[in-house]
Design a binder for this molecule. Structure first.
Ligand code: MN3
Length: 262
């Protein structure tokens, strides 16, 4: 009888403890999914550096018209060089890019910038051709806009102040930029870019690579391939680099610098 009561008490007490424990059990709330953030320019597939408001189309790629006559930039570049550079060299990059992409309609839907930013997603058999010709198309599309018959002179606007702050003076900047361009071995480009730390920086790229491939935003750039200067300047690349400042379109450089900060 004592044993029966003892077992009953134990049983009741155990039940009470269990009920208390079960009631106090408070499962951890499941972490709620983070609200979707608005896409920003850090989404690299949306990056546009060809134009202020749109990326460069590859469906199909098209040769943009020059924003001035072939003979409009003779303060730095002769008409024959401009004509060959635009209607033969740039046109060839456009045609070769379209040829490379002709079997790949899904790649044609992407912008030229996004192809260059993710070359690993381009099939290996056309990767080098896409790199060279998408790069050539993008670089030249930017290049024509950086020059103007009304160009040259001292920089204006915010970029003038930032150049002074970063390089000491416009002359010091030009000297550093020209030296980098002269020192680029073989074919390539010299650029003023905005780096990921939001600072101005001078870089060079080989062949037709664009600074976006290294995480930089191209603000200003000069073509140092021989086809850009050889008819007039022969082997004097340094003279071409010096004269080129006579046609630089500072309002456009200011716009690009502004865009590079967004
Ligand atoms: Mn060129």
């Amino acid at each position: 009888m004592i044993r029966f009561w003892r077992e009953t008490v134990i049983c009741v007490l155990t039940t009470i403890v269990l009920v208390i424990l079960l009631n106090s059990y408070n499962p951890l709330p499941i972490a709620e999914a983070q609200p979707t953030t608005t896409p920003t320019t850090t989404d690299k597939s949306l990056l546009s550096v060809a134009y202020p408001n749109r990326a460069l189309s590859a469906s199909p790629a098209q040769l943009p018209p020059l924003p001035y006559a072939y003979g409009a930039l003779t303060k730095a570049i002769d008409a024959e060089t401009m004509k060959l550079h635009h209607s033969a060299h740039h046109a060839a990059y456009v045609n070769n890019l379209n040829d490379a992409l002709k079997q790949y309609p899904e790649l044609q839907k992407r912008s030229v910038e996004s192809l260059l930013l993710d070359l690993n997603s381009v099939p290996e058999n056309i990767r080098t051709k896409v790199r060279n010709n998408a790069g050539g198309h993008l670089n030249h599309t930017i290049f024509w806009q950086l020059m103007s018959p009304q160009g040259g002179g001292e920089p204006t606007g915010a970029i003038a102040q930032e150049i002074n702050k970063t390089f000491g003076s416009f002359d010091a900047f030009k000297k550093e930029f020209n030296a980098a361009g002269a020192g680029r071995f073989g074919s390539g480009w010299v650029w003023l870019v905005r780096n990921p730390q939001n600072q101005l920086q001078i870089v060079t790229t080989a062949n037709q690579d664009n600074p976006i491939m290294d995480g930089f935003y191209p603000i200003l750039g000069n073509d140092v391939w021989e086809h850009a200067y050889y008819l007039k300047y022969r082997n004097r690349r340094a003279d071409y680099l010096n004269n080129w400042w006579n046609v630089v379109n500072w309002p456009q450089i200011n716009r690009r610098s502004q865009l590079s900060l967004q």
